[in-house]
Design a protein around this ligand. Structure first.
Ligand code: BGC
Length: 762
């Protein structure tokens, strides 16, 4: 009663619709129910529209659409000054004054760009992930944004898929941890916070399993694999309180996610209890006709709303057809009401009814310079970037380098301020990125000399350049050096010959690891391969700095580089962070969140694959075992792998008991010692193996990890508690159970080099 009085009063006296403070669910429900009573069908359908700024319609028309109550939210505008007039149109001109919300793809930073998610995942540090999301939320909300289409938590096991870069890797446990950590960071204490943004977990579901790694392709997957491996991260994001879910573009076992009632209603809402809003991905409702499940836009709209797609992104189908579908009785009003309730509920949870301008602020408070240096969080970005770097090789202690002599910084990615940001770099400005070249110069100062040569273009393939430049960037990103490849190479070799050490940055331009960037090869393009070989021939120490968004096949590099450092796309402060590692100001501790294959033909190579009847066993003849006879089995670099400038040893595993009672727990411990000369961090990883179960289980599964800093010579005991929940899995009936029997505990510093001990669940 109080609520509706407040509502009516606000309609009369205040220019904006004022709702109660977010918090009490009863208030929320009553407020929304009251508001919905006043809405016409068209106004309701208007709430279901999510408009892509710049793509869907010109600004003047957009303002009119908003004022007419035909827009629920927008995305792709990134400043308070852009968003203010849009919100004005909603809350001052529309009949019911319902605020709109503003979303954006804030995936790994907003103005300050943090490492790409795959890089952040290499930190094995939840606090780093939470903090990067928190800072992104602070920056995004200060730009008038209310929501982000993140975290992206699709499990990726086929690195041909360009969006591998956007996620946290191949492992259900690790990705789930990061899903939670990100949601926590984005939403802060509550999505209503003035410095919070609502997280939309994406892409629900199974997008990472597209056939052949071809983006947007189909997904066909057994229920066991789905439940065990691919669904947990979305669930973790939902359980962490994510206010939104974005629906995937792919089909799931024959039904597009966008029209998949089982996925959106039965699993997400009924089984998982999701209470937030769902949005389709870009144009996905219209695409139902291309999937061939809808004969036209009208049918597509019906299928989507019936399946549980609340908001349509960049689609016209809802606006065009829902009114008619409702009037014809083909879509029940309860489906429309259900969707509208979720959209209004999300706005309520964002705090927009209380204050539609809570993130936009007042015009007089707009930053005089939106790109001001003072708006960045460089120190945190540098720290996160350092933690995301993975040292793959370090022969004869090539690294760390001395801050002396002449260093030849070479390569098409050595001075590439756009690429170092990685794809989906939100409102990041390349002019504010620190490249590797800059980072090395800053670190060396006057104590050494830096010479630079580009050496090669990222690729000499004009077709690839054309494809990448066709992407949706502001301007063509790949600017080819017009010199002949031989001339560039000769310049680089000359620079290398005159130097003490070569630091060469190679990999992929950021567009190569992006949406719609599936590859048929995981090796370096020929131009860069030629560069590496020519530099190797100089005989100078060769430090290879990799910038890429997916595992690459690095057989030659592994054998020939003196040091190999995986830096992913390290973000705004990337160059400084990489230099910190190169010169030993920071001792690297990153670990791979995804396996690196030896060759393209070997994929998938994920570590936690199901057991099989004829496994290859090292030291035994390979014939009639499951492997490729031309190649050594196993990954080039395993999941969980990464070196340090110091060494660590791990003791045998001790168990508090050889048996666990039902509902009980045991402790597994090892002593980890820093046996090398420097202080350093490492990640102690706990894996479990179910020796025999009612269904085929993975060879091992990550179940815990601990990152710890040890001083040179220091030893510490690391204890993991193992409880019955950690032994649970989905059985053939999809019940989540622990079955009695034998288990193996494995503890080590990567997924392969482990110590193990068995116990039994009674
Ligand atoms: C992507 C989504 C993204 C959306 C909005 C789509 O193309 O698949 O991940 O959130 O665009 O930018």
């Amino acid at each position: 009663m109080l609520v509706s009085l407040a509502l009516s009063a606000s309609l009369v006296c205040s220019p904006v619709l004022a709702g109660p403070a977010p918090g009490h669910a009863g208030d929320k429900n009553a407020f929304i129910a009251d508001l919905m009573k006043r809405m016409t069908l068209d106004e309701k359908i208007g709430q279901l529209r999510l408009i892509s700024i710049g793509a869907d319609m010109p600004q003047p028309r957009l303002l009119e659409e908003i004022a007419a109550g035909r827009v629920g939210g927008t995305f792709n505008s990134v400043t308070p000054a852009e968003n203010r007039p849009l919100q004005d149109a909603a809350v001052r001109r529309s009949r019911l004054k319902i605020p709109i919300f503003f979303a954006y793809d804030v995936v790994h930073g907003h103005r300050t760009i943090f490492p790409i998610s795959l890089g952040l995942a290499s930190s094995w540090d939840l606090a780093t992930v939470t903090q990067s999301a928190r800072i992104a939320a602070i920056e995004a909300s200060a730009d008038g944004l209310d929501a982000t289409f993140a975290p992206m938590v699709d499990i990726a096991r086929d690195p041909r898929w360009g969006r591998t870069s956007e996620g946290f890797g191949e492992d259900p446990y690790l990705v789930s941890q990061y899903a939670r950590a990100s949601v926590k960071g984005f939403q802060g204490g509550s999505p209503a916070g003035a410095d919070s943004v609502m997280a939309f977990v994406k892409h629900f579901a199974l997008y990472g399993a597209v056939e052949g790694g071809r983006d947007y392709n189909t997904v066909d997957m057994s229920p066991l694999r789905m439940y065990q491996d691919y669904l947990p991260p979305y669930r973790a994001g939902v359980d962490a309180g994510a206010g939104g879910v974005m629906i995937a573009l792919n089909s799931v076992n024959g039904v597009p996610a966008t029209s998949n009632t089982w996925l959106l209603r039965d699993l997400l809402r009924k089984s998982w209890g999701f209470k937030g809003v769902t949005v389709s991905d870009h144009g996905a409702i219209d695409e139902l006709t291309k999937h061939g499940v809808a004969k036209d836009g009208r049918e597509a709209a019906r299928l989507a709303i019936r399946a549980g797609v609340d908001m349509s992104m960049h689609d016209s189908a809802y606006l065009a057809y829902l009114p008619g579908l409702v009037k014809a009785g083909e879509v029940p009003m309860r489906d429309i009401d259900g969707a509208v309730r979720e959209v209004l509920g999300a706005k309520y949870d964002m705090g927009l009814f209380q204050d539609p301008y809570r993130r936009i602020g007042k015009a007089e408070q707009d930053p005089p310079d939106i790109d001001a240096e003072s708006r960045l969080h460089r120190a945190a970005a540098r720290e996160a970037a350092r933690r995301s770097l993975v040292l793959l090789e370090n022969r004869a202690q090539t690294l760390p380098l001395k801050k002396a002599g002449t260093i030849a910084v070479i390569g098409p990615l050595a001075d590439a301020p756009i690429d170092i940001m990685g794809s989906w770099s939100a409102a990041g400005k390349s002019g504010q990125s620190v490249t590797l070249l800059q980072g090395v110069r800053d670190a060396l100062g006057a104590s050494g000399r830096v010479v630079y040569a580009r050496g090669a273009n990222v690729t000499d393939d004009a077709g690839v350049v054309g494809y990448l430049n066709f992407m949706n960037w502001d301007k063509p990103e790949i600017v080819q050096d017009k010199r002949a490849p031989d001339e560039m190479l000769a310049e680089a070799v000359a620079a290398a010959r005159g130097a003490d050490t070569i630091v060469v940055a190679v990999g992929e331009s950021r567009g190569m690891s992006h949406e719609a960037s599936s590859r048929t090869s995981l090796s370096l393009p020929g131009s860069q391969d030629a560069l590496l070989r020519a530099l190797k021939a100089t005989g100078k120490p060769l430090v290879v700095v990799l910038m890429n968004g997916r595992p690459l096949t690095l057989g030659w590099e592994k054998e020939n580089a003196d040091a190999l450092l995986e830096t992913w796309y390290a973000g705004t402060e990337g160059g400084h962070a990489i230099a910190d590692v190169l010169f030993g100001d920071y001792n690297p501790a990153g670990k791979l969140p995804i396996s690196f294959p030896r060759s393209l033909g070997q994929i998938p190579t994920y570590y936690n694959h199901p057991r099989i009847g004829r496994p290859y066993r090292p030291g035994e003849p390979p014939n009639y075992t499951s492997q490729y006879f031309e190649e050594q089995p196993g990954p080039l670099y395993p999941f969980g792998y990464g070196l340090s400038y110091t060494d660590f040893s791990v003791s045998e595993v001790a168990l508090s008991s050889p048996a666990m009672a039902r509902g009980g727990r045991i402790e597994a411990s090892v002593t980890v010692k820093n046996t090398g000369p420097r202080d350093g961090e490492t990640v102690v990883q706990l894996y479990l193996r179910d020796v025999a179960a009612s269904v085929v289980r993975p060879v091992k599964e990550l179940k815990g990890f601990r990152k710890l800093m040890l001083k040179a010579g220091e030893a510490r005991e690391v204890r993991f508690t193992i409880d019955e929940d950690m032994l649970k899995f989905f059985n053939a009936q999809l019940d989540y159970v622990a079955e009695p029997g034998d288990f193996t505990v494995q503890i080590g510093l990567d997924s392969q080099a482990v110590r193990e001990r068995g116990f039994v669940l009674r």
